[in-house]
Design a protein around this ligand. Sequence first.
Ligand SMILES: *[C@@H]1O[C@H](CO)[C@@H](O)[C@H](O)[C@H]1NC(C)=O
Ligand SMILES: *[C@@H]1O[C@H](CO)[C@@H](O)[C@H](O)[C@H]1NC(C)=O
Length: 260
Amino acid sequence: MPLVDWLLRHSVAMCLLLQSFVLMSFCFHSATTFPKGCYHADEEGYKTFRCSNAQLTAIPKDIPNDTNKLYLDFNQIAFIPNDAFQNLPGLVELDLSHNIITRVEIGAFRGLSENVRSLDLSSNKLASVNKDIFNNLKAKANLSGNPWLCDCTLQQLIKKVELVAGSSDGIVCAASTQEEHVGKPFLQLVGDMDFCNIYKKTTDIAMLVTMFGWFAMVISYLVYYVRQNQEDARRHLEYLKSLPSKQRKSEDSSTISTVV
Ligand SMILES: *[C@@H]1O[C@H](CO)[C@@H](O)[C@H](O)[C@H]1NC(C)=O
Ligand SMILES: *[C@@H]1O[C@H](CO)[C@@H](O)[C@H](O)[C@H]1NC(C)=O
């Protein structure tokens, strides 16, 4: 009887201990798997990972690798480093809107596949982005609501990327190579002018100068050549004139005879 009693009492204690262990490990486990404020859901067959409004200051490291849709909008992310989205082969939608992103490294989206169809970078602090960040991507992008610097870099970016329908008017110049562009939608300006033309013009001028130089050299050589020949001809004529007149007469008669 006391043995059974002992066992019962201790098993209850052991049970409690075990339970708290399980709970604790579960808590730790979920803490290391999911960043705070993020949750995982199955939405219409898409594995969705939502970290919207989670006070994130960087891209979370431990996003489940089977995620199809990733929402990181309304956070304080300022910087997208190289390989930020590696090991997400099934990703089709990426929302980075409403952050404070100022810089995107060239290899930021390197891990993503051609299956990504939507990339939202709207409402951030982007002023300039290299077109090569979109290498190998076919996603439709929303780039509106950023303080864009309207220059050749932006023109090349817009040329390369496909914009989400209806979002082009949201790409407004906050700064530009020309003062009067500020506050205007970039795509309206691009219709009238080529922001990369300035460089083309300078190379054109360099080409013209070089060509003109060559031309001048050829012409001056020609002039020199003709002058030299004229001198030679004159000297030859003088030489002929200086010959004895008898010889010249016979020469003359012979030419007349041949003419006759
Ligand atoms: C996710 O990672 C696990 C283990 O690392 C691997 O077995 C699985 O194939 C990966 N899934 C995808 C979709 O890559
Ligand atoms: C693009 O982003 C802007 C700013 O966040 C938003 O207002 C707009 O609805 C977005 N457009 C589309 C087509 O998603």
